[in-house]
Design a protein around this ligand. Structure first.
Ligand SMILES: [Zn+2]
Length: 409
């Protein structure tokens, strides 16, 4: 990646931070529309200029491919509205283009180029008032060797075929059911909290199974457990499993102990804003990046691109997760279940770091509190909690769908 490109992308990263609050207020969703009338791919000054007007900012990336020379733009997610080459291409350097979906949630534009070009700059600007986004990029003419060296390999072999969803990502539920990934905390060599012979890992597995039953009986839910046995599962693997399952929502279940504290009652955690940036960087560094954005292969991509993608995905996800936390707590309150003081909390739990799945961590209570311990051991109390969670997830699903519908009008 050229230096100019890096600089542009860094500017983009800053810009993303600047408009994120605005976009959250505006109800950022993943679906954008292309405005062909304001978009163009034109020859300019010995190169190509690409301008794409989108109804809103979306995560995106750009790369070039060699032999034959192509420019590839991925978006999450753009409605192409039947736009075609004739609408956009004006000049001799771009020969044609193809538009489509490469996998659920991701749209691709492929521009066939008359010869090798390199990216000289790219940026997405979002108008803070209207929320409209303008993607502009410029391609110049390089030495062929330079182009070949900079061109990135396609992440999907046979990319120009209508690609099936990667096998490891389950397709969305046909009937619009909410796919809930339940994550019983701890397991195997990691018992979690232990008080008077009760271990958090056992209790959470039991509760996850009970909650799964309650959700499945209710209908409208699909349930996947990150573990269904007393086994150790790493935090990253829990998140990866949620991606693989195509989770709509991720719920981690805990009941920890606080020594010397009198804390009791339930609380709900979402990822804190302050932890998010460092978290995404560390996560990107440490792990197989293919898992981070549900099937979008970021491996080998520039770090800045990956960060921008994760920031943008999180912009969309984090308000939904915070909303879920509020709905959960309201429903707990209405059901007269005990809550911790200031029960809505934020922290940098690794297990909440999927940038594209609304994720919450529920502390159902504290094993260190005799009152909570008694409750947690009581099947009748647990059934009440499971029913409350079912109601809360249902209420959130409906509100979330209504909100998405509003945004797409
Ligand atoms: Zn725990």
């Amino acid at each position: 990646m050229s230096r100019i490109m890096r600089i542009w992308l860094m500017r983009l990263a800053l810009l993303v931070c600047a408009f994120s609050a605005q976009a959250q207020e505006a109800g950022f969703s993943g679906l954008a529309r292309l405005d062909p009338a304001r978009s163009a791919i034109t020859d300019a000054g010995g190169g190509i200029e690409v301008t794409l007007a989108l109804s809103q900012g979306v995560p995106w990336r750009v790369f070039t491919l060699d032999d034959p020379a192509r420019l590839v733009l991925d978006f999450r997610e753009v409605d192409w509205q039947g736009a075609g080459a004739g609408d956009l291409i004006d000049g001799q350097r771009a020969l044609g283009l193809r538009l489509g979906q490469i996998r659920p949630g991701w749209s691709r534009m492929v521009v066939d180029l008359a010869g090798p070009h390199v990216l000289e700059g790219a940026g997405l600007r979002v108008d803070p008032q209207s929320g409209m986004a303008l993607l502009q990029l410029r391609l110049g003419e390089p030495h062929p060797q330079t182009f070949a060296a900079q061109a990135g390999a396609p992440d999907v072999p046979g990319w120009d075929l209508p690609a099936a969803a990667p096998q490891r990502v389950a397709p969305p539920a046909d009937d619009g059911a909410l796919r809930v990934v339940l994550d019983p905390g701890h397991g195997g060599i990691d018992p979690g909290a232990e008080v008077d012979g009760t271990q958090e890992k056992d209790l959470m597995l039991r509760f996850a199974r009970e909650l799964s039953e309650v959700l499945l009986r209710a209908g409208g839910f699909e349930v996947v457990l990150t573990r269904d046995a007393d086994e150790f599962v790493s935090l990253e693997r829990r998140v990866a499993l949620a991606h693989r399952a195509g989770a709509d929502v991720f719920v981690s279940l805990h009941a920890d102990a606080l020594s010397g504290a009198r804390a009791w009652g339930a609380s709900v955690y979402t990822l804190s804003d302050s932890a998010s940036d460092a978290a995404s960087a560390a996560l990107a560094e440490r792990h197989n990046r293919a898992d981070i954005l549900a099937g979008v292969d970021l491996s080998g991509k520039d770090d800045v691109v990956a960060d921008v993608l994760m920031d943008l995905a999180r912009m969309e996800t984090q308000p939904r997760a915070d909303h879920l936390a509020r709905v959960l707590l309201d429903t707990f309150r209405a059901a007269d279940l005990p809550l911790l003081s200031r029960p809505q909390r934020h922290a940098g739990f690794s297990v909440l770091k999927a940038p594209d799945i609304p994720s919450v961590l529920i502390e159902l209570g504290f094993l260190s509190s005799p009152r909570d311990l008694k409750n947690l051991r009581d099947p009748t109390w647990r059934a009440r909690v499971a029913e409350t969670l079912r109601d809360a997830l249902g209420a959130w699903r409906d509100a979330d769908a209504a909100r998405a519908g509003l945004v797409r009008q």
